[in-house]
Write a protein that binds this ligand. Sequence first.
Ligand code: ZN
Length: 657
Amino acid sequence: MESLWNDSEAEAFQGDLGLRVYTSRLLGRDKTLVMHGGGNTSVKLRETSLTGKEEDILYVKGSGWDLETIAEAGFSPVKMAPLLELAKLAALSDAQMANELRCNLTRADAPMPSVEAILHAVLPYKYVDHTHADAFIAVSNSPDGEHVIRELYGDLVVVVPYIMPGFKLAHLVAQTFPTHVKKQTIGLALLHHGLFSFGQTAKESYERMIDLVNRAEQYLQQHNAWHIAFPAAPPLTETVALEIARVRKQLSDIAGYPMLLHMQRDDQTLAFATRADLRAVSQQGPATPDHVLRTKRLPLVGRDVHSFAAAYKQYFDHHVFRTRQHLTMLDAAPRVILDEEWGMSLVGRSMKDIAITNEIYRHTIDIILRATALGGWTALADGDIFDVEYWDLEQAKLNSAAQPPMFAGEIALVTGAASGIGRACAESLLARGAAVVGVDINPAIGETFKRPDFLGIQGDVGDENALLGALEAGVRHFGGLDMLILNAGVFPNSTPIDMLTLADWDRVMRVNLDANLVLLREAHALLKLAPNNGRVVIVASKNVPAPGKGQAAYSASKAALTQMGRVAALEWGADHIRVNIVHPNMVFDTALWTPELLHERAKSYGMTVHHYKTNNVLHSEVHSHDVGEVVAELCGPRFAKTTGAQIPIDGGNERVI
Ligand code: ZN
């Protein structure tokens, strides 16, 4: 590991706090040091108050900020003097500590200071850095870890046995540090937890951290425990969508709300999941205690979700009894699943949560394998992990998250999602928290939405294999299917019946009708497993109730599709799957309608473009977005009792009314 300090980069950061921001970001840039809100840093500054009083202020990382992206506003200024007094107390409850930290801020709108604020205050150095470095944890969590750490660092660090983070840790360090510190001491080694370093400048403290981590890295290298090779994973060739959706349904039922299940099958995860000693190494605990909030204490090995939930309940009951606290159990669903065929799968309510869990567990795999190479992986006892998992302050962090959106944890598939109405449907579903699989013949579908909760798949809906492949890929990526939006279609050039060839007719039927039969047929089993019941919305056309000349094939295809949807509503009612139909008309903001074409059409009716676009009962223009919003709402709880309905979205049409 090398120092990332760069003089010209550092010049952009002004003053002591500015440099604190800079080196905090350097730590955050390296995921082997800290991940996702982990770790914390501080700087002590002397400031003059409005009334002229000089005082020492601790600028410590605020909760909710990530070191990689932290700014000056992310550091909470807390008065040092009261913190040093608090550290002397024999005990301080979480609620009391939170209250004291907030009451001693010098900026009312500052974020809540880190739970390690008092520890930062008692270390008598200007800059203090704290990480959960992979290399250090691998050494610390191996047999004889404490002995090795003491040998490795000597007087460079004060070794602190594991104790609950927060006040207890700060109190212990306040009491013991002064008697253990030596002239050459540059940090603390917190066994089973992480490292602290300190210094008089931002650069010194940061580079001391790098130095401390490097010593652990070198130790691993010397003991052939650094480089881990994974054999290449063979591809998963069979169809597994239905089995994945079944597991996801069980997970969601246990959690009490829909969850995404995201497969990450590659060299690293498959090699780990197929180890002969997988149960022994994976069923011990997380690498560092605060990972428990993202990964739960243990991953599920295999697919028996119910046994996992029963064991989790037992663990909870046991420790509630031990701690004699009144606690509410978190949901009992796993967040990481290790399976010898699937590799690793992550469970979460959003792809954002899943990305964090994924990164943390990949580092956990490396740490476990390195410690195993040193002779064995030994995590903290389950009681210590429980105390952090059910720590008031950590619970508060999770509970402060806003109410999840309408479709959190749910998955929709939209055909023809690269443009027009399909794109608008995907947008409206994403805006309500759904993960969306978009299928389109246009290769731009891959880039239609650049976000982790959208998966674009290029494919011709007229090709049965392409549809089957899209369903399989979508389920592997998100875990199942809750909503199906049948939108893709072709609108051929106007042709009177006496000129209509069978080939033209077939082409329209294949895309507008046959493709949707395949999708409905294949999606049915998946929709039956939707935790909040399956929903289908068919985008038909005004041409169904009010056909136009020259569009026999189009009108017939959409009418047949509508009729198929009505039959599906009848057949699938017993499975609680709702099927509804929308009939849009005069939607001009699609790829079909160029400004030239609009102009030409308007002129042929002797109208202005504006008049042409609003030539309906309500005199209002209909946008793709209007259709997308109705489609999304039809999938939502307000329409929970509606199936088989046909809704016009056309600004009002006299022939339809
Ligand atoms: Zn920590």
